[in-house]
Ligand binder design. Structure first.
Ligand code: SF4
Length: 364
């Protein structure tokens, strides 16, 4: 068999396997494009287990495109808090507004039209079109690429756009034309539960075992092939927990770029010693009544890593750039998980200032 024939050979046993082994997920089985869309956007770069709670809360509060089109940016960020890649949430709302204003609240039914919506790329459009509307389109994500590379025995760099296009064509030929949406979900499930990444597939449970090239040739460790990633840029940052009159200072991030428009604890580039931290406070028009280091934390984004260390300072003075949040406002603000370590510390510091004992549930 050649590569294409092996991939084609998977379709029938895959569908039989899926009928018995499919994962029960809350967005499945209803054919509702809104549910498919929201779940697929949440699942980008995020594990299913991490998404389930977010998805349930999101659907309870924003059950359709009309509710999503009208939600405030602040509330949307709060519902997304901790999921990361916040531009996904902003694009969801923008796309919902387009659906309401230009499509009468209905989803377009083809991959091509769906791809005109903000934040909807080839994968998401194909998933919605196939699952909700039965269009015959493979939704090519990392799972499908991995399964196809292994079954077909294709040792080509899946990070290369040309190679991915070739995979897409091969998968488009092999898709089950009578059940395209379920075929996509079957491939996703096989990749997520059996043909696992990082050289650890469970081949003895796999419907492709009899003809999978990687299994037969002992190449499951080598496939799929990926060109090495560029090293992440490391940025040092100094984070400030600024306390004043029972409140902690927050600042809005710029409208563009990393974590755009979200609240943050004030921070500056570089790793400042105490003298440098005091100078920064002075530049902000603040004076430290007390200043103490509060430890280091790290956060890894896709292309950059923040190595942070922080200072807790009681301050005097005014700075219009900062919003001073009491415990309730701190709880309501959507603060990215990059700041989680310092955010928790800020909660505890506020509780201690108010003479309370924060047991972890008093404010959250
Ligand atoms: S036989 Fe193994 S390597 Fe091949 S598709 Fe199945 S799980 Fe993946």
């Amino acid at each position: 068999m050649n590569e294409q024939e092996r991939i084609n050979a998977l379709t029938a046993p895959l569908m039989a396997w899926y009928d018995l082994n499919q994962r029960a997920l809350p967005w499945r089985g209803v054919g509702d494009p809104y549910r498919v869309w929201v779940s697929e956007i949440m699942l980008q770069q995020t594990r299913v287990q991490a998404v389930l709670g977010y998805y349930a809360r999101f659907m309870a509060e924003l059950p359709d495109v009309y509710a999503l089109a009208q939600v405030s940016g602040e509330r949307l960020n709060k519902l997304w808090e901790g999921l990361g890649y916040y531009s996904r949430a902003r694009n969801l709302k923008r796309a919902a507004q387009v659906l309401v204003n230009e499509y009468g609240g209905e989803f377009p039914r083809t991959r091509e039209e769906l791809m005109r919506l903000p934040g909807v790329g080839d994968y998401t459009a194909s998933a919605i079109a196939s699952i909700a509307f039965g269009e015959v389109e493979p939704a090519v994500d990392g799972n499908l690429l991995r399964v196809a590379a292994r079954v077909g025995g294709i040792a080509e760099d899946i990070m290369d756009a040309k190679v991915r296009r070739r995979f897409r064509e091969m998968l488009a030929e092999s898709i089950d034309r009578s059940r395209p949406g379920e075929w996509n979900q079957a491939m996703m499930d096989l990749g997520a539960t059996v043909c696992l990444p990082n050289g650890a597939p469970l081949c003895e449970k796999c419907p492709a075992r009899a003809f999978c090239a990687a299994y037969r040739n002992g190449m499951t460790d080598l496939l799929p092939l990926r060109a090495p990633k560029k090293a992440r840029r490391v940025e040092e940052r100094t984070v400030f927990l600024l306390l004043q009159n029972g409140k902690v200072a927050l600042r809005k991030r710029p409208a563009k770029g990393l974590l755009a428009g979200l609240w943050e604890l004030p921070n500056v580039p570089g790793s400042l010693d105490e003298a440098g931290a005091a100078i920064t406070l002075a530049q902000w028009g603040l004076r430290a009544v007390s200043l103490a280091p509060v430890g280091a934390a790290k956060h890894i984004f896709t292309h950059v890593e923040w190595d942070m260390h922080g200072y807790l300072a009681e301050v005097e003075g005014e700075n219009d750039e900062f919003f001073r949040a009491d415990a309730a406002a701190l709880q309501a603000a959507a603060i990215p998980s990059a700041f989680r370590y310092y955010y928790d510390m800020a909660r505890q510091a506020l509780a201690a200032q108010q003479g309370g004992c924060d047991n972890g549930t008093a404010l959250l």
